[in-house]
Write a protein that binds this ligand. Structure first.
Ligand code: FDA
Ligand code: NAP
Length: 459
């Protein structure tokens, strides 16, 4: 794969986090079988260097996915980009195995991602933000999608042509309604940077809102890093709830579960969410929960009370008070609000799904939506579009309603990016028709047909 000076690409990737990286690997590994001429791909990333949720790289934070669910292994177990290849290359394979732990630290996985990125850095430009994907204007040459880029390296905007655009822009931080970020009010996604800018001695009362993994990790970190401070956790639940990582439930992240979600019924899709949301959202790893509980208990034995929980409570509003922040906290228990003064509020209040709509401009008019106004997405992650769309637009993320729970996660990243690469390469071999027909089958792949036959045989 090359990134030529000519600014027309087979693939323009928007964002170079793990999803973009995994796609670059899949394109490289799959194009070998493919074609007469190399696939041209260019990725644009707005950060100034590779980084995966850097502001949450807390020292003891562990991965929430097994190391074998890396950028490539589930698609290609012999890939040179696997986590095992990384361990071998840095000389830690034997010692990693001695740990007998499927879940590396986030620090180590970040190091792995940087190692993989270093082998692909010729196809990504950092400091470049994609601002729009649009149709060619009447006076513009070309039958491709136009991708507008603000290039902070060159201090200019430019447009490149794309036969396919893959949007992998990641989750969007969510704040409680009516609460804005500021010097004293942080979202968890900016935590390490904000904390580094503070004088820890000045932080005597800190509040963490939320009961998910981010909240629990930050609460633990603040408690340990600020031994002189009071840490208040505002949790909407009665206490942190456990992330279900048990084997049967974990099957919702298997590659086959994507077919079951995609080709199932509205009732089965609803059941996926109702029964298995607790594998990922508003839940915390067992280890972190027990670690925090131990601190509270040991404090109680020592007759100190430094970590306090406001249970069944939500942060409802804030007022700045000069040097700190005054929060209004609503207790669900008594249906009443009370005030809490703090030096800092950290909102570990989660994320919205990836939102491509802001990028899609006039293209959006050609995209099909379902009865609830959500994008229709083909099984190969391509947005379903009217015939006159001059190219394919694929999503990595933002497809929970069609492809299920793994859409924003790492679990299925290798297989997903392989399916997208296959679709792009397949359409290219098929001669890139102006009205591209799906190459990856869009009908029930046979799995559910077989299931129906099995169920028939049971009777
Ligand atoms: P990601 O957000 O990582 O990358 C998107 C990239 O696009 C970013 O680098 C961004 O700068 C760039 N970008 C955005 N808009 C752009 C634009 N307009 N132009 C150019 N670039 C743009 N999941 C899991 O399965 N296991 C785990 O252990 C974890 N751990 C975890 C920790 C934390 C702290 C969080 C917040 C989330 C997780 N997740 C997770 C879920 C998380 O979504 C997942 O790990 C990956 O970040 C998904 O990778 P993406 O590349 O899709 O998004
Ligand atoms: P999350 O799971 O969505 O949790 C957000 C929490 O904030 C929920 O408990 C939510 O409660 C609560 N909340 C929302 N508004 C609130 C308010 N006004 N007051 C108080 N609480 C409020 O988000 P997350 O913890 O950031 O996790 C997001 C993703 O990142 C997950 O996939 C997670 O696994 C991942 N992650 C991974 C790691 C790691 O790998 N080590 C670390 C951090 C995060 P309700 O549910 O009631 O709204």
């Amino acid at each position: 794969m090359k990134t030529p000076a000519l600014e027309t690409y087979d693939v323009v990737g928007v964002g170079f986090g793990p999803s973009g990286l995994s796609l670059a690997i899949a394109l490289e590994e799959l194009e070998g079988d493919a074609l007469e001429s190399p696939v041209t791909a260019a990725f644009f990333e707005r950060q100034s260097a590779f980084g995966w949720h850097r502001n949450m790289l807390l020292p003891s934070a562990k991965m929430q996915v097994a190391f074998l669910k890396d950028l490539a292994t589930f698609r290609n177990p012999t890939s040179r980009f696997s986590f095992v290849s990384y361990l071998h290359s840095v000389g830690r394979l034997a010692r990693f195995v001695n740990n007998q732990d499927f879940f590396p630290t986030r620090q180590e996985f970040h190091d792995y991602l940087e190692w993989a990125e270093a082998r692909l850095s010729d196809r990504v430009t950092y400091n470049t933000e994609v601002t729009a994907v649009r149709l060619p204007a009447a006076n513009e040459h070309g039958d491709h999608l136009k991708v507008e880029i603000t290039d902070h390296n060159r201090g200019e905007s430019r447009v490149v042509d794309a036969r396919n655009v893959v949007i992998s822009t990641g989750l969007v931080p969510a704040m409680p309604a009516g609460i804005e970020r500021g010097d004293r009010v942080w979202h968890s996604s900016e935590f390490i940077r904000r904390f580094a800018d503070c004088d820890p001695a000045q932080l005597r009362r800190v509040v963490v809102a939320g009961a998910g993994q981010s909240a629990a990790e930050i609460t633990r970190y603040l408690y340990d890093s600020l031994p002189h401070a009071h840490v208040y956790a505002v949790v909407p639940s009665y206490g942190y709830a456990i992330a279900d990582n048990t084997p049967f439930a974990n099957q919702v992240f298997d590659p086959e579960a994507v077919d079951d979600h995609y080709f199932g019924t509205d009732q089965s899709r609803d059941a996926f969410w109702r029964y298995h949301r607790n594998t990922n959202y508003s839940v915390v790893d067992d280890e972190v929960i027990r670690d925090l509980y131990r601190r509270v208990y040991e404090d109680e034995v020592r007759k100190v009370s430094r970590l306090r929980f406001f249970r069944l409570c939500r942060v409802a509003g804030i007022q700045g008070n000069g040097s700190g922040v005054r929060l209004s906290v609503h207790s669900l228990l008594v249906d009443q609000a009370f005030d809490v003064e703090a030096d800092v509020l950290v909102c570990a209040t989660g994320y919205e799904a990836m939102q491509p709509v802001g990028l899609l401009g006039d293209v959006d008019d050609l995209l099909r939506r379902d009865g609830d106004g959500r994008y229709q997405v083909d099984r190969d992650y391509r947005l379903s579009a009217a015939p006159d769309l001059p190219g394919g637009i694929y999503l990595q993320g933002g497809t929970e309603h069609t492809h299920g729970l793994s859409s924003s996660l790492l679990s299925n990243i290798a297989v997903r990016s392989g399916e997208i690469a296959d679709s792009i390469l397949g359409r290219r071999s098929a001669g890139r028709p102006a009205t591209p027909e799906p190459v990856v089958t869009m009908t029930d792949p046979g799995r559910l047909v077989a299931l129906r036959q099995d169920l028939g045989a049971v009777q």
